[in-house]
Design a protein around this ligand. Structure first.
Ligand SMILES: Cc1cc2nc3c(=O)[nH]c(=O)nc-3n(C[C@H](O)[C@H](O)[C@H](O)COP(=O)(O)OP(=O)(O)OC[C@H]3O[C@@H](n4cnc5c(N)ncnc54)[C@H](O)[C@@H]3O)c2cc1C
Length: 472
């Protein structure tokens, strides 16, 4: 994956930089360049600057600006495009900046960009709190937040950006600024959904909410031949579901669990991933009514903790495999859209050890109903559901067939998919898609104008790029 044209050796890299500086051939270089997207390993960056602190971030950015060198930014390393570690690039690596502080009085959580979701959950749960974020525990807080942030608490408390209170940002010319509702408020608007386009974020402050520690969570596994019927009933069923119910539907191969019949192991199944964060006593009825939508092969929903519930998908998210990711918003879960998704299960190119999952997340509730579409850059207007298709494989020879499958599915879903979307849960689909993903031409132009104010040379271009507004 080569997206950089800069192949300098950076022999003039600033000596005042305090963290580790890693170049090809250095001992720690290969470990440092490993990110979630395995394809990023095909070609390594020119230099990884492992920042010890904000001053290090400022040092790299001043150097980049002085020489007009584009820079990539790595926090949790989960970005599906591998933009955190592009071939030949200069990389600001924030993964060592990992402090998380929870104030139980104000319920404010402050995290550095190297913090992973599981670490933030663990720290906040010591005080019975949680920040609404994502569903896989080693995802980074920074990249997730800057794109939007959705997960099992979004129906109850909104997206991660709806709970973001402030950021510290190092600008491309090396200044530290704060962005919140009153200070640099335009920048703060853009940071809530516009991705890593505007500066390097070194601290994120969130509003946390009381959650758990006990929750009811797990999986309801239905045979694949019931999928169309169960999905057909789901929308009407969820119209009255409590917001405490988080629901992700996965169409994926059934795991080899002893409670499942041997003949369904490794065969497609419909899996309802349920997390109920309301009163445990009320959860039984909610779960039983979901199970009654069909005849499940297994009901694995049980009382557990929030931390365990919010990491149960880790098992199907191994680090470092080659992958692609496509997705978008659906206004409704129509029968036609469901048919397209289910039909494509039969054509997934399945090699031994490969993984696929077509996920559909229910977005009714706070995230779509309580928030003002124009209050932040992240868009969710009209979104009732989010579909995403993830494929993972190891062999480079399989790249073409997986990409072709993903493209075919995306085209078939296009008539059902909204123009706006969640930029973090799909690979970059090109300029036209980027123009629409934030919801309106006005929002897109506002982002371009903010980009021009904060990164006029587009040094932060290894991302779902927003081109700076030009005056000509
Ligand atoms: C297995 C898996 C599960 C996921 N689950 C969810 C989920 O449940 N909910 C959800 O909302 N998303 C989810 N995502 C998507 C996730 O939000 C994005 O991949 C996100 O970019 C990850 O952030 P990161 O810091 O780990 O990634 P990185 O790859 O480190 O960063 C991604 C990009 O964000 C920008 N960036 C990162 N940090 C900074 C910073 N400090 N300052 C400026 N720019 C920065 C850069 O452009 C960078 O290329 C998932 C992704 C994967 C692979």
């Amino acid at each position: 994956m080569h997206v950089s044209t800069d192949h300098r050796t950076h022999s003039d890299f600033p000596t005042e930089f305090r963290g580790a500086v890693l170049r090809p051939g250095d001992d720690q270089y290969d470990a440092a360049r490993a990110v979630y997207q395995g394809r990023a390993a095909d070609e390594g960056p020119a230099l990884i600057a492992q920042c010890a602190d904000e001053e290090d971030v400022a040092t790299v950015l001043r150097y980049a600006t002085a020489h007009t060198i584009p820079v990539a930014v790595r926090s949790g390393g989960h970005g599906s495009d591998g933009y955190a570690m592009p071939g030949g690039a200069l990389v600001i690596d924030l993964s060592a900046m990992r402090d998380v502080i929870v104030d139980p009085e104000t319920r404010v959580v402050r995290a550095q960009p190297g913090v992973r979701l599981g670490e933030m959950d663990a720290a906040a749960q010591q005080h019975g709190l949680a920040v609404p974020a994502g569903t896989v525990s080693n995802t980074g807080v920074a990249g997730l937040t800057l794109g939007g942030g959705i997960g099992f608490l979004m129906r109850r408390y909104g997206a991660t950006v709806d709970n973001l209170l402030a950021c510290d940002v190092i600008t491309v010319d090396g200044r530290k600024v704060r962005a919140d509702e009153t200070e640099n408020s335009e920048l703060f608007w853009a940071l809530r959904g516009g991705g890593g386009n505007f500066g390097v974020v070194t601290s994120l402050e969130y509003r946390a909410h009381p959650v758990g520690p006990d929750v009811v969570a797990g999986q309801l596994i239905f045979p694949f031949d019931q999928a169309a019927d169960v999905l057909g009933k789901l929308s009407a069923h969820l119209a009255t579901a409590p917001r405490e119910l988080g629901l992700l539907v996965a169409i994926a191969d059934a795991p080899p669990l002893p409670m499942l019949p041997d003949e369904v192991h490794g065969k497609p199944a419909l899996i309802l991933v349920v997390v109920h964060t309301g009163e445990p006593a009320t959860a039984d009825e909610v779960v039983e009514s979901l199970a009654a939508l069909g005849q499940p092969l297994a009901n694995l929903v049980t009382k557990t903790t929030w931390v365990q519930a919010n990491s149960m998908l880790d098992a199907v998210a191994p680090y470092g495999m080659r992958m692609n990711l496509r997705g978008g918003y659906l206004p409704t879960l129509s029968g036609d859209a469901v048919d397209v998704l289910l039909e494509h299960v039969a054509t997934v190119p399945a090699g031994p050890g490969d993984i696929y999952s077509i996920n559909i997340s229910f977005m009714g509730g706070a995230i779509s109903e309580d928030m003002d579409e124009d209050a932040v850059a992240f868009s969710r207007a009209g979104a009732g559901w989010l579909w995403e298709a993830i494929c993972k494989w190891d062999e480079p020879e399989s790249d073409a067939q997986y990409d072709e499958w993903a493209t075919t599915l995306t085209e078939a879903m296009r008539p059902h998919t909204l123009t706006n979307g969640y930029a973090n849960l799909t690979d970059d689909l090109g300029e036209e898609w980027r123009r629409g993903v934030h919801g309106s031409e006005a929002k897109h132009q506002r982002l371009r104008s903010i980009k021009a104010a904060w990164d006029p040379q587009n040094l932060l271009r290894f991302n779902k790029n927003i081109a700076p507004e030009t005056t000509d």
